[in-house]
Design a protein around this ligand. Structure first.
Ligand code: G3I
Length: 369
């Protein structure tokens, strides 16, 4: 298995930790084991995390099985991981190891993601050194979706079919007049690329739940754009089952209230909703660099933010039917590398995989409801 440097470092840390596992945490269960947050939240919704093949293969499988009931591949099921070599040439080995581990462990699997402007190999968009035609890109996109969704059929219960197609108020992002990101898919195919992608996914696995996934889904202009798309799709008979709220949050943004208002507005569309990539950065703004350590005061504030969001998830569980955090511990968080190499601690377990105050706050909330 070819591990990235980050995965190898995280795997080594895990192996070290497992080898000299510390004593039970301050509130471990009678048998000294950590209580399972996935089991505690199971009465409300499946709770899970983004994972990597390296974590499964090098010492984190038992932890993942114990704490989560649904998983998603952080990177291993994206086009650049599955089809880097070219059209019709797939590398499914690592993704299959992750999916088969999950299935054997009784965990549900979300598929992430089929059509995205990032982590998609250039071959999709180029023919003999020139941009492909609309017809060629439609053929390539449909073939990719058909092959990938078909490969995982029956093992992946929900797909992020299209990710981050809209953008409002982002300085460095080019969009059309409707706020649709001018990705190669949008520029070469046109605005109907999203519909074409959803139709292809529905043909490939009619039983899978099909999601549109995005960040800042509480932004009123995104709510309007996504709602218009969902309404149009339903009127045209295009299968779309849900909205994915990435929910990359920080200490100050977004407000819990604005998130709940958005959930209520999307609920009127007759679709379900997943919280797909939750993390809560210690910085006030997700991309700020002002925090250099996870102080007790910051961890207490973060615990409160997690509890406040999960109170809404539980209250809105008729509409929110899965919640996943974007990583199993702080050591592996993408936010330590974006927008540059920095300190961040946005998840429920710290870099030594010890439960943080936020973990205990959610355990308490799950028990009291
Ligand atoms: O695979 C290469 C490896 O061969 C190479 O040695 C290494 C060098 O650093 O890079 C590896 O690729 C990295 C890839 O993750 C796999 O680890 C890329 O540099 C890195 O940019 C990429 O970051 C991922 C990011 O998406 C890409 O935009 C993050 O891990 C991942 O957490 C993040 O996830 C996205 C969701 O898919 C969509 N929503 C936003 C979220 C955060 O950006």
């Amino acid at each position: 298995m070819n591990l990235t440097r980050r995965e190898f470092a995280a795997a080594s840390a895990t192996l070290a930790l497992t080898a000299c596992a510390g004593g039970p945490s301050r509130r471990a269960e009678a048998d000294g084991k950590l209580p399972s947050l996935g089991r505690a939240l199971a009465p409300y919704f499946p709770f899970g995390a983004a994972i990597t093949p390296g974590q499964v293969a090098f010492g984190s499988a038992d932890f993942i099985k114990a704490q989560f009931s649904v998983v998603v591949a952080e990177n291993a099921m994206k086009p650049e991981a599955l089809a880097a070599r070219g059209e019709g040439q797939y590398s499914f080995t690592q993704a299959d190891e992750l999916v088969n581990f999950a299935r054997a462990s009784g965990l549900k699997v979300r598929g992430h993601t089929l059509v995205w402007h990032q982590q998609t190999p250039a071959w999709f968009f180029v023919e003999n050194g020139a941009p492909v035609t609309r017809a060629t890109l439609i053929t390539r996109m449909e073939r990719y979706i058909t092959d990938v969704v078909g490969h995982f059929k029956g093992r992946v219960y929900a797909w992020d079919v299209v990710n981050e197609a809209y953008s409002f108020g982002e300085a460095r992002t080019r969009t059309d007049s409707e706020g649709m990101r001018l990705s190669p898919f949008r520029e070469i195919i046109g605005e109907d690329y999203i519909e074409i992608a959803f139709r292809a996914a529905a043909r490939a696995d009619p039983d899978a739940l099909l999601f549109y996934n995005d960040y800042e889904t509480q932004n009123p202009r995104k709510i309007a754009a996504i709602s218009e798309m969902v309404t149009r799709f339903k009127a045209a008979g295009v299968k779309i089952d849900g909205i994915g709220h990435q929910a990359h949050c920080s200490m100050l943004h977004p407000s819990v209230n604005s998130f709940e208002r958005a959930v209520e507005q999307y609920a009127m569309l007759g679709i379900t909703q997943h919280v797909t990539e939750l993390d809560i950065a210690l910085n006030d703004d997700i991309s700020a660099n002002r925090v250099s350590e996870a102080s007790p005061a910051l961890l207490a504030r973060q615990a409160q933010r997690y509890a406040d969001f999960f109170k809404v998830f539980i209250k809105q569980r008729r509409h929110i039917t899965a919640v996943l955090v974007w990583g199993i511990d702080d050591a592996g968080s993408w936010l330590r590398h974006w927008p540059n190499e920095r300190f961040e601690a946005p998840l429920l377990f710290d870099e030594k995989r010890q439960p943080k105050p936020a973990f205990w706050a959610l355990m308490k909330l799950a028990e009291t409801g």
